[in-house]
Design a protein around this ligand. Structure first.
Ligand SMILES: Cc1cc2nc3c(=O)[nH]c(=O)nc-3n(C[C@H](O)[C@H](O)[C@H](O)COP(=O)(O)O)c2cc1C
Length: 461
């Protein structure tokens, strides 16, 4: 694979090494994963004014970015919605335009999939946000495993899993070629034409948007198969991961470091952000009590039931949540996952058997079982204890930060900003000011973006 800058020449800046700095991103899920600390509107689980307040709190806490996931279609099982997040999710880039005008430093990272959007359209919209925000935009590149989404785009279950990353590779190469069409050294010279003729795209374009203030918006990635990890090693500068357990996080970081070197990049050219929450308390038991209270609030009946329905593959609206699991075995659905079936890939009988055994051993009702299985906050304790634990993660190189979901909305970050961040700063692992004006600078990434496009083969200018 050709790499224009395989050594990652850092002479033009002083990017941070991994193992030294912790970065927080605000991860707002647009789902009822938190407790309202003020009266919510009955029909909605977010509110733009409240969200703006939350984002400003994050900026007060020197968070690197606000990070939004993407879900373009509600999850369903055999035509029945399987989520309680039913009031919808706004378009990230439009919302970021609103937030860019109300903030000064914080990065704005939008998850946007390569499977359904056209490269020219995405390149233009992300670049516009980047220019508008003064270089604060990031793109979390996903292929999306939600086949239901295809129906929104009249493509059915478009693209089997195995082809998603070969397609994504070409998609991102086109985007990068379009972003590169403005010559870096002489911005006043005319934009170059991009002519791209390959497997998935045949494009002749002369982009009409200005060049990125940060060279290129920061690439994030989320996906964990082998292909997904190789894709991350090739493109990503930040990664949204699922690995929070210390050993698993360290293994993951080591594996990615190896893949980066294989792709011709320095092993520390990537920032890893698992998603989680933090619950603080005055004492360890106070923190634990608060954690259990938050958890009890967000695990509604509907949500608890949906967890069981996904495995059992059928409607269980009559199930008593304070009783045992259903006696009958799960329904095995013959359709593939790409037809929108939840349980075909996840070995439902096997899971059902494990759950029955666990419930028998511990005497769990359905409700207790689901709460037991649900991931709680990753860090629960006094500010000093949580700061110590986070420092261990950072110094070991297991993570570079967290995609943090507040447990309360809209003021759930205030306590973290006021009580935890000073502890982290005292330990020398958290910034005391924004390092620069762009997201790239604030994440301590190399200013000179590594281009991975094979220009000679793929396009001529
Ligand atoms: C931590 C994490 C977060 C993800 N977030 C999203 C998302 O917000 N929207 C989306 O469409 N896909 C999301 N994905 C799914 C990926 O796009 C990808 O399609 C899926 O993980 C299948 O690829 P894989 O087999 O490489 O994991 C996420 C994946 C991971 C691991």
């Amino acid at each position: 694979m050709p790499v224009d800058n395989p050594s990652g020449d850092r002479s033009r800046g002083g990017p941070a090494q991994r193992g030294q700095r912790l970065h927080f991103n605000l991860f707002f899920p647009f789902a009822p994963d938190y407790v309202w600390s003020q009266q919510p509107r009955a029909d909605i689980y977010y509110d733009f004014d409240a969200l703006t307040h939350l984002v400003r709190s994050a900026e007060r806490g020197l968070f690197s970015a606000v990070f939004f996931g993407e879900s373009l279609r509600l999850r369903e099982h055999l035509g029945v919605l399987t989520t309680d997040a039913i009031t919808g999710r706004p378009d990230a880039l439009v919302l970021f335009a609103h937030l860019a005008a109300r903030t000064d430093h914080i990065g704005l990272v939008a998850t946007l999939n390569t499977t359904y959007f056209e490269p020219y359209d995405l390149a233009r919209r992300i670049a516009t946000l980047d220019v508008l925000s003064g270089g604060r935009a990031g793109w979390n590149i996903v292929t999306t495993d939600s086949a239901w989404t295809g129906a929104n785009f009249r493509k059915g279950g478009y693209l089997p899993h195995s082809e998603r990353y070969t397609h994504a590779t070409e998609h991102v190469d086109v985007v990068q070629a379009l972003w590169d069409a403005w010559p870096e050294s002489t911005p006043q010279s005319p934009v170059q034409a991009v002519e791209w003729f390959d497997t998935h795209y045949r494009i002749t374009a002369r982009p009409e948007w200005p060049r990125s203030p940060q060279g290129q918006p920061v690439f994030f990635q989320a996906g964990e198969s082998d292909e997904g990890r190789d894709f991350a090693a090739r493109y990503a500068e930040g990664i949204f991961s699922r690995y929070l357990d210390f050993d698993a996080a360290l293994d993951y970081a080591t594996d990615l470091g190896r893949r980066l070197v294989k792709a011709g990049r320095p092993a520390d050219d990537l920032r890893i952000f698992p998603a989680t929450s933090i619950v603080l308390g005055d004492t360890p038991s106070d923190a634990r009590e608060r954690h259990d209270w938050f958890r009890g609030q967000v695990w509604t009946d509907r949500r608890t039931r949906a967890v069981v329905e996904k495995v059992w593959g059928r409607d269980l609206s009559d199930l008593d949540l304070d009783g045992p699991l259903p006696d009958e075995p799960p329904t095995i659905v013959k359709q593939s996952r790409s037809h929108g079936v939840m349980n075909s890939r996840d070995r439902p009988q096997h899971i059902a058997q494990q759950w029955r055994e666990l419930s028998r051993e511990r005497g769990f009702t359905v409700r207790q079982l689901v709460r037991h299985l649900a991931p709680g906050a990753g860090f629960v304790g006094t500010p000093a204890a949580v700061a110590d634990r986070l420092a261990e993660y950072v110094h070991a190189g297991a993570i570079d930060g967290l995609n943090l979901t507040p447990t309360a909305f809209p003021d759930g970050l205030d306590e973290i900003v006021d009580r935890l961040i000073p502890e982290l700063q005292d330990r020398g692992i958290y910034p005391t000011e924004y390092a620069g004006t762009t997201l790239r600078e604030n994440l301590g990434l190399a200013p000179n973006v590594v281009r991975r496009t094979d220009r000679d083969r793929k396009f001529a200018v």
